[in-house]
Design a protein around this ligand. Structure first.
Ligand SMILES: C[S@@+](CC[C@H](N)C(=O)[O-])C[C@H]1O[C@@H](n2cnc3c(N)ncnc32)[C@H](O)[C@@H]1O
Length: 190
């Protein structure tokens, strides 16, 4: 069972994440993605960023945890929210942007490579990715959850096969420079 497949862990996460959101990332994204475009969020969790993104874009939320998906649907009946794994992204739909905030660090490096390739398939021509990670150069397992940290140059290398890197910057979530975001535009449509 995954960490976020427990009601108790989901409740604990929601409490811990109170006061944190991706508004700074979304502000940067808005400089590159025109209003009204479609955005798929991977690993939406409680949906805080999905609500912010919905202010400007046509959003689809997703998560691998049924608990998060069902809770959001109960609170927002009719919302476009799906059960999706960020590795396989099993959808026939395509999007102008794929967004995630502190999600892809849960994947192994190989799963991240698989996800990046799949993202390039799911995006429309000219599509964007905006993803945040915890910054560093290590991997640890905490309460059964993987945390794979990345430095800017490692992310650049991983995404550059499919994406032109528009921006990679470190930023602060809880402690100075503890996070990094990557904004990229698809190189060509396969
Ligand atoms: C640290 S939480 C971040 C949630 C949300 N993005 C936020 O900023 O509050 C990580 C989220 O990623 C989801 N997740 C983890 N692995 C995933 C995967 N392989 N595919 C999709 N979602 C995943 C978890 O269920 C959880 O909702």
């Amino acid at each position: 069972m995954d960490f976020f497949d427990s009601e108790e862990n989901v409740n604990q996460y929601i409490k811990m994440a109170e006061g944190f959101d991706g508004r700074e990332l979304i502000k940067i994204l808005k400089n590159h993605l025109p209003p009204g475009k479609t955005v798929l969020e991977l690993g939406m969790g409680p949906g805080t960023d999905l609500d912010l993104l919905a202010g400007d874009f046509q959003v689809s939320g997703s998560d691998r945890s049924e608990i998060f998906v069902n809770r959001y649907l109960n609170q927002h009946p009719g919302a476009d929210v799906r059960l999706l794994d960020a590795v396989t992204i099993a959808t026939d739909d395509s999007f102008n942007c794929i967004y995630s905030n502190k999600v892809l660090h849960h994947l192994t490096r190989n799963e991240l490579i698989q996800s990046i390739e799949r993202q390039s398939e799911v995006l429309n021509p000219g599509g964007l990715v905006m993803h945040s990670f915890w910054r560093g150069d290590k991997e640890e397992i905490i309460e059964g959850m993987r945390f794979r940290y990345y430095l800017e140059q490692q992310l650049d290398k991983l995404f550059a096969q499919y994406f032109k890197i528009l921006d990679i910057q470190q930023y602060t979530e809880m402690e100075a420079g503890d996070s990094v975001y990557l904004l990229g535009r698809i190189l060509s449509h396969k």
